[in-house]
Design a protein around this ligand. Structure first.
Ligand SMILES: *Cc1c(COP(=O)(O)O)cnc(C)c1O
Length: 398
């Protein structure tokens, strides 16, 4: 009989989206005449840009002839894509070498798998509320987590407590679910704290392309010293609408070298390379060919046009909340708007209230951690028409 990894018993039932779907279908069955508008979606809805599509087609065509056919690719990803990403970083004010970039099938797998490089007895800081992957991937190996409280007082941007030591720190900016973004000064404090503690920051920048203020950092490597303490995860999912196409990238600087207990020096870059080449055989050439087209100047313009569409929706939601005097976070450099549930409702009560009285679906903050239990997330991933209609209905309620 196998002995099982019983730490899986410690995971909370991942019932959030299943429960939402269940409540929505029960409502629709009872009220077939009502049209329900979904603003809970954490997934892009606009199609890929024409240049990304052409890149994908070129990749497919290459498979048709013996001269251009591709089998297994280079383990870290094709150089043409890593170089394009390195140039993109440069435009965004960060110096990242193509050699330090690993191409993957997305940031979810990498943010989950990175935990394998670290022992089980580290002090691990994870913000709450947060993207659930960081928490669950640590609970799966029985690790203890110290939560960093995000709340209205700190604008959902928790800062380090200098009196506690940490070894590993997860940060996500712009944040899912709160939409909050760290500025350079705040990230500098995190980087200095990590350097002082010899800690590693695991920085998720999946939403960097939503940042419009040039003063806000789009990468942790825009901060002096970050290459000595940070790994960064990014993805084409939200940048280029690749949630179904699948492509991400992770930067593991060669500077990240730490002493092992036997006195040997261990490089996180070398360890990640070993981990990936053992357990992952790369992202398809076809997808990498499409991804490279995203990083051309015109390819990125097409991505920005889609992002702009979502940002308009975010503005419509934000304007409504402002008119109703409901305080919110995010919605500017992020597709997410996060606000306290009106009238002291908890997030599931508010979910039901909004569904029953406005036929609008959002995401209860409780699904993202303790500090989310009185908050609610709306997203801009729907059409203008539906967003406007949803906000008209919302406006009548309060
Ligand atoms: C959507 C999202 C990602 C991207 O995940 P992929 O696996 O690349 O699709 C990463 N981090 C956060 C916080 C996200 O919300």
């Amino acid at each position: 009989m196998p002995k099982l990894n019983e730490h899986y018993q410690d995971l909370k039932e991942s019932y959030l989206f299943a429960e939402i779907a269940h409540r929505v279908s029960a409502y629709s069955a009872a009220h077939p005449e009502q049209t329900v508008i979904r603003l809970g979606i954490g997934d892009v809805t606009l199609p890929l840009g024409s240049l990304a599509l052409e890149g994908l087609h070129r990749g497919v065509d290459a498979m048709s002839s013996p001269d251009t056919f591709k089998g297994y690719g280079p383990e870290q990803g094709y150089a043409f894509l890593r170089e394009a990403i390195s140039a993109y970083y440069e435009k965004n004010g960060a110096d990242v070498s193509a050699d330090d970039i690993f191409i993957s099938d997305g940031a979810k797998s990498d943010t989950g798998n990175i935990a394998e490089l670290f022992a089980d007895d580290n002090v691990i800081l994870i913000p709450d509320p947060v993207y659930p992957v960081y928490v669950d991937s640590n609970l799966m190996s029985g690790r203890r987590i110290t939560y960093l409280n995000g709340n209205a007082e700190n604008q959902f941007l928790p800062m380090p407590d200098e009196s506690i030591h940490a070894d590993i720190i997860y940060l996500c900016s712009p944040n899912n679910p709160t939409g909050a973004v760290y500025n350079k000064g705040q990230l500098k404090i995190w980087v200095d704290y990590a350097l002082k503690n010899s800690a590693v920051i695991l920085f998720d920048s999946a939403y960097e392309a939503f940042i419009t203020d040039p003063e806000l950092p789009r990468s942790i490597y825009a901060i002096e010293g970050a290459k000595r303490c940070a790994i960064e995860f990014c993805s084409l999912s939200k940048t280029a609408g690749f949630t179904g196409t699948r492509c991400g990238y992770t930067v593991v600087p060669k500077e990240l070298v730490f002493p092992a207990s036997n006195g040997a020096e261990m490089s996180l870059h070398a360890m990640w390379n070993r981990r990936q080449s053992t357990k992952f055989n790369g992202t398809s050439y076809i997808v990498q060919s499409g991804a490279a087209a995203v990083f051309t100047e015109d390819g990125m313009k097409q991505c920005q046009a889609n992002i702009h569409y979502y940002q308009e929706n975010a503005r419509i939601i934000a304007d409504t909340l402002t008119r109703k005097n409901i305080r919110f976070f995010g919605g500017v450099h992020s597709p997410y708007i996060w606000f306290e549930c009106p009238n002291q409702m908890d997030s599931w009560e508010f979910f039901d209230y909004l569904l029953n009285n406005a036929q609008v679906v959002g995401t209860p903050g409780a699904g993202f951690g303790e500090n989310g239990k009185n908050y609610f997330r709306l997203t801009s991933f729907n059409s203008h028409e539906n967003t406007i209609e949803a906000m008209k209905r919302f406006e009548k309620l309060f």
